[in-house]
Design a protein around this ligand. Structure first.
Ligand SMILES: [Mg+2]
Length: 225
């Protein structure tokens, strides 16, 4: 792509599950398992309910599917326990590290925005030895979620104008979160190019993370380009 057509960019915010790490099959397995156990859902029913709300924190997935159910808190706790037990076994995608290295070489800042609890997501990257690629790893706590909260934090804490920030995510919900805040690049994994187009994303959709840096143009205002 000609350099002038690339997205002017000072920072990239990466979604975690399904974008940097190949964790979606694992999350679906335990998410469905918990729905079957607590709500006597069949495998088909639980899978349908899980997929229709994927990309949201599990807490919201449960509350949307089973509003007001007295078993909700127990189900959410069990999911979080199962997730913490196994999250450190989840692998990065093969091109995650080279993509982060390329972004760093371009002098573009990188962030993580995840629906996983803060201490867990930070520990994950420490164990993988790549926490240093990120200016900040943003996890979930009530009142500080992936989406508006994280974007506003990047803008106010680091003074990064959001029209020069790109959010990279694999779910349709990620695109919806970015609307009105920052640019978006979709990653085709569980959702196709057509899925992203159908909900109104007219920008880039890639199959692999390594296709992201060539779409960007560094616009650092200080220091050598
Ligand atoms: Mg994701």
């Amino acid at each position: 792509m000609p350099r002038t057509q690339r997205i002017p960019c000072r920072a990239v915010i990466f979604d975690f599950d399904g974008t940097l790490a190949d964790s979606m099959p694992f999350l679906e397995r335990i998410g469905v398992q918990v729905m079957m156990k607590y709500y006597a859902a069949t495998l088909e029913e639980a899978t349908r309910r899980y997929r229709s709300t994927t990309g949201l924190p599990y807490e919201h997935q449960i509350k949307m599917n089973f509003p007001g159910d007295e078993k909700n808190e127990a189900a959410i706790s069990e999911f979080e326990r199962l997730k913490i037990d196994r999250i450190f076994d989840q692998e990065l995608f093969p091109d995650t590290v080279e993509t982060l290295q390329r972004i760093q070489d371009m002098r573009i800042e990188a962030f993580v925005s995840s629906s996983t609890f803060q201490p867990t997501i930070e520990e994950y990257f420490r164990r993988k030895g790549i926490a240093g690629f990120f200016l900040e790893i943003m996890g979930y706590r009530p009142g500080f979620e992936k989406g508006a909260h994280h974007f506003d934090h990047v803008k106010s804490k680091y003074g990064l104008p959001l029209d020069q920030v790109v959010f990279v995510g694999d779910s349709l919900k990620d695109f919806e979160r970015s609307r009105g805040f920052c640019k978006f690049i979709g990653v085709e994994r569980m959702f196709s190019l057509q899925d992203f187009r159908r909900i109104g994303h007219e920008g880039p959709v890639v199959k692999h993370l390594s296709q992201v840096p060539p779409l960007l143009r560094s616009v650092r205002t200080r220091g050598p380009d």
